[in-house]
Design a protein around this ligand. Structure first.
Ligand SMILES: *Cc1c(COP(=O)(O)O)cnc(C)c1O
Length: 399
């Protein structure tokens, strides 16, 4: 344990404490399995919060990255590069949209979507200057910038970070009537996660997303789906919105888009909506860099056949069955969609169960308080999935 203890002590001495990691120091990984500095192996049931949907060290994605590393990594958007157009065209096609605005992190893409909606509101919808409003959902998680945490209702995310950006109105998630009541003539967008990830994989009531879609259409408001965590195969579909038969006006993507190799995010929408930008009005030094675009193109191609999504859906059926068999006295609720699960605990904190899982060789992370979120890589074997959930069942039986 010395190697682990030493590395954690060094991290605590030198790293800002904005996280409270589980006491494991990882050094390598392949597929669904990670290895720590002691040589102990762990089944990864978190997948970097869905950034590793295709698992660790995917050979094809790595070889694309290696080849691009040797050729061209960064140009800035001052010049064209020969990887950008293919990525944008193929991602737009996957999403059934026209255009892509590439960024790096999820929070930046959400910020970009907010800017897009405001500009669209003033230029296209005709909202009077300075009045644009965006309706968001309670329990949301859209990232960590000041604007984005400003409309979070999590006190940990907001305390001592104000003043915040005005122009956001929050309504309860899953309540279409509350949403309808909050929309005014100045509303430019409704921004929501179709399934809330950080809140504990919260699935809205059936029909909710279709009602949001209909309301946005009638009131001439952009429906912005933050699919950073829910998108790209996790739920058994390309987008969680697909499961509800809904097409938003704007997708916000990130996490798995970078293949677990590079930060890559994007706003994907119609030519009309993304047409509001002119040169100089928005940008990013690293956005659209050739390394990220090469990896992102390989990710899009991986998703194009639908095989990844189908596998997530099939394993998702097994996963739901395994979660339903968890010891009933230890859980108050389980939810899952595809390979994405939330488990509400009756007796223990999520942290204590995740520490127990770590001792049993499983990596997982608590969401809020007494909820655990499971999101194994979509490449996990059926046997490993059964074993991982069995470890959780055993851990819940003892505590
Ligand atoms: C993770 C996440 C973000 C933020 O992404 P970062 O890359 O961490 O900035 C935004 N929205 C959702 C739904 C997320 O899950």
């Amino acid at each position: 344990m010395d190697a682990t203890r030493n590395e954690i002590a060094r991290a605590e001495a030198s790293t800002a404490r904005n996280y409270h990691p589980l006491p494991v120091v990882l050094t390598s990984a392949e597929g669904a399995w990670a290895t720590d500095v002691e040589g102990t192996r762990y089944l990864d049931m978190l997948s970097g919060y869905s950034a590793l949907n295709f698992g660790h060290g995917d050979k094809e994605l790595l070889s694309v990255a290696h080849r691009q590393l040797d050729r061209l990594t960064l140009t800035s958007r001052a010049f064209h590069n020969d990887r950008l157009a293919t990525f944008c065209a193929e991602l737009a096609e996957l999403a059934g949209m026209d255009k892509v605005l590439p960024m790096n992190t999820g929070a930046e893409a959400v910020e970009t979507a907010i800017k897009t909606a405001r500009k669209w509101g003033y230029r296209v919808k005709g909202v009077p200057a300075g009045r644009a409003e965006i309706v968001v959902a309670g329990g949301n998680f859209h990232g960590r910038t000041v604007t984005v945490v400003g409309f979070s209702d999590d006190p940990e995310a907001t305390a001592d970070y104000g003043p915040f950006t005005p122009g956001f109105v929050s309504v309860p998630f899953g309540d279409a009537a509350a949403l309808a009541a909050a929309v005014t003539d100045d509303t430019v967008a409704v921004l929501l996660e179709p399934i809330q990830g950080e809140s504990g994989v919260i699935i809205p009531p059936p029909g909710y997303l279709a009602e949001v879609r209909a309301l946005c259409t009638v009131r001439n408001v952009l429906m912005i789906a933050d699919e950073i965590q829910s998108g790209l195969g996790r739920t058994g579909a390309t987008f969680a919105c697909d499961l509800a038969g809904v097409v938003p006006d704007v997708y916000v993507l990130g996490k798995a888009l970078g293949g677990g190799i590079v930060p890559l995010s994007a706003v994907v929408s119609s030519a009309e909506v993304l047409g509001v930008f002119e040169p100089g009005t928005h940008g990013s030094t690293f956005g659209g860099n050739p390394l990220a675009c090469a990896v992102g193109t390989a990710v899009v191609r991986r998703l194009r056949t639908g095989a990844v999504q189908q596998r997530a859906a099939e394993l998702g059926t097994l996963f739901a069955g395994l979660l339903a068999d968890l010891p009933g006295d230890a859980v108050t609720a389980t939810r899952s969609v595809g390979l994405w699960g939330g488990i509400d605990l009756s007796r223990r904190t999520g942290r204590s169960v995740c520490e127990g899982l770590l001792r049993r060789g499983v990596l997982a992370k608590d969401a809020h308080g007494a909820t655990i979120r499971l999101a194994p890589p979509l490449v996990i074997s059926e046997e490993d999935l059964r074993w991982g959930v069995e470890q959780l069942a055993d851990e819940l039986r003892v505590g």
